[in-house]
Design a protein around this ligand. Structure first.
Ligand code: DX5
Ligand code: ZN
Length: 216
């Protein structure tokens, strides 16, 4: 499978979302990456279910919803109802992670776990076969436009090994500081999905940038 591109709407123009959504619909983007922040788990606040509900009305591609919130289980059904297709929760925010993952799946969504830069991939050893995706943060979550953390390359490679060793069917997504320069190496190390906010929406031609992230 060739890798997937998931532009992050966090860097879109919130006063003109429809034009960015339509641009993504027509582009080679595979998913919409949607960042939900609560100002507690991360220092920033973004947007929640009411906005996602409206994005869903226009988006023609799956919604990949990244929850950067404490106690996310309270809202799984809400996110399903507003149209999330893939729901990812932070390892660092879930005391009973196994239960959380089962709850997401039971609602009919794909389930993913996110690891912060400081969290070792080994914490997922006992449940990797249950996960549709692991999202590796390559910046500390909370803001777009930050600098990529280089240690991510070896983390991707280690995670890929674990997935192969356990015969799991788990995608590896990378989020934070993804650029046209580091994208090829990320895929070479084993990344299946690349999230890109600033690289896409900060470029003068987002459609072309998505295409460049897709083909190299
Ligand atoms: C950061 C978010 C990212 C963010 C990525 O907490 O999870 O999805 O939008 O933005 P860039 O690609 O600009 O680093
Ligand atoms: Zn994200």
């Amino acid at each position: 499978m060739s890798h997937l591109i998931a532009p992050s709407l966090l860097s879109a123009d919130f006063a003109n979302l429809i034009s960015d959504i339509e641009m993504l619909n027509k582009s080679e983007a595979d998913w919409f990456h949607i960042d939900v922040m609560d100002g507690v788990f991360v220092p920033n606040i973004s947007f929640g279910q009411p906005v996602i509900k409206h994005i869903k009305k226009h988006a023609k591609k799956p919604l990949d919803v990244h929850l950067m919130i404490v106690d996310p289980d309270r809202y799984f059904a809400d996110f399903k109802n507003v149209g999330a297709d893939i729901l990812t929760v932070h390892y660092e925010a879930c005391t009973h992670l196994h239960r959380s993952v089962q709850a997401i799946k039971a609602l009919g969504m794909k389930a993913g776990v996110v690891l912060n830069p400081h969290t070792n991939i080994n914490v997922l050893e006992d449940m990797i076969t249950e996960l549709d995706m692991v999202l590796l943060m390559s910046v500390n979550p909370g803001f777009g436009g930050q600098k990529f953390i280089e240690n991510t390359y070896s983390k991707i490679a280690g995670l890929k090994n674990l997935i192969l060793q356990k015969n799991a069917n788990t995608l590896i997504e990378v989020d934070g500081g993804v650029t046209l320069d580091n994208a090829p190496k990320l895929v070479e190390c084993g990344a299946d999905v690349l999230v890109a906010g600033n690289t896409v929406f900060g470029s003068s031609n987002p459609t072309e940038t998505i295409s460049s992230l897709k083909h190299f």
